[in-house]
Design a protein around this ligand. Structure first.
Ligand SMILES: [Zn+2]
Length: 97
């Protein structure tokens, strides 16, 4: 009984889901919140590139590590850039160009 109780407390002290799988859950600080000088610019293809995957998808916030506010800004910027032809809509489109 005593042993079991101990086991239970150690498990609960592990906390979040990620750590159960051996992955430490560390909250990434939003890049744009940390550095106020940094701006999300839809005209800057190089700045947007790390947030667009090989399949030309916009990275979700759990990958990009951005806060909700900046994730929305980023999404908007990528979509604008797509319309302007700076970022492609699909990998197929990329192959044509
Ligand atoms: Zn932010």
């Amino acid at each position: 009984m005593e042993k079991r109780k101990f086991k239970k407390t150690t498990r609960s002290s592990f906390g979040d889901k990620g750590e159960d799988r051996g992955l430490p859950m560390r909250k990434k600080a939003c890049r744009f919140c940390v550095d106020k000088e940094l701006r999300i610019d839809y005209k800057d293809a190089k700045a947007l590139k790390p947030y667009v995957s090989d399949g030309e998808k916009i990275a979700p916030s759990r990958i990009s590590g951005l806060c909700a506010f900046h994730q929305r800004r980023l999404t908007e910027a990528v979509k604008r850039a797509r319309i302007l032809g700076i970022v492609s809509f699909s990998p197929l489109q990329k192959a044509i160009h």
